[in-house]
Ligand binder design. Sequence first.
Ligand SMILES: *Cc1c(COP(=O)(O)O)cnc(C)c1O
Length: 368
Amino acid sequence: MSTFSDGTRSVHAGLPEPVVGEPFLPGPVFAAPYHLDPATGPGTHGYARTEHPTRELLEKAIGALEGGPALVFSSGQAAITALLLAVLRTGDTVVLPADGYFTVRAFAEATLRELGVKVVLAPTAGPYPDLTGVRLVLLETPANPGLDVVDVRAVASRAHEAGALVAVDNTTATPLGQNPLALGADFVVASGTKALTGHSDVLLGYVAAGDADLLGKVETWRKQTGAVPGAFDCWLAHRSIATLDLRLARQTANASAVAELLLNREDVTGVRWPGLPSDPSYAVASAQMRRIPGVVSFDLGSAARVAAFLSAARLVFAATSFGGVHTTADRRAQWGDDTSPGFVRFSCGIEDTADLVADVTAALDASR
Ligand SMILES: *Cc1c(COP(=O)(O)O)cnc(C)c1O
């Protein structure tokens, strides 16, 4: 399948060989334990925390798109914390993004420091500290919510020279936007809750790795701590991946039009979209990414104007998370992260571009 293009790969990712009279994507298997052979004991499937056929098909799909075997988790946070706790030990140093997903920093503050892990924060756009003595570097690119981009190849080569492992949070880009394993990362972590599944109805996370031994540690961690997703969520996620290429194509087209529109308005500041030639991330993003995601960020100056904009818009739902088929916008400061009061993370859905542009324009005018 790897010789086909993105749309074909999305549709066929992880599907089993066709069986006459059976669906293309087998339905979810609802099981905790399975029947055992009374004489020989466990065969391929014994207990669902360890082995599950619906989950395994989804892992095959994600692994095919990422370019390395994958393990799915019950949320993105479960996947990221599994990687951190499976790899890091007391006395280790970890480098985390200063401007990435805020719960990762909160986890480092609350748990990693207490375990005696030294936490160093680095801005996604750099500069990166000396990596001597570092065990793991976690990158997030494009970073959520500020959308800075880091040259994964360059940091991975510096990290490997220093003996450090590299993980990349691929949530915002998705595996059709970039393949961190091919860029030199040892691990990919991601939330599948966002654009990967894209319907705002599933929590999911995954860890992928180029090296089976490295992933084995994470698998043991998952088996012993138990953060596996349920069968129905795995099936919903797999079903949704079939349309990933189509959804991303429309989201990117919408983001391009929205970013252009915002850039040309005097009442909007700080417009960021790595696909804009004037964006600070443009050069690295165009060299490294296969497509630019549908998330745009900007500043409307105050919480009141964001509220007025969202009330006036008919096609923009106020919601956190991003990457779904519906256009949503999130004023990040309401969650207590360190963005300015009027900062908005805007996630383009798959509505018609002209409708979305007209609605955003009208809502900005009405909220002036
Ligand atoms: C949402 C998100 C996460 C956490 O994912 P959940 O599925 O909500 O647990 C991690 N990293 C990034 C970049 C995210 O956007």
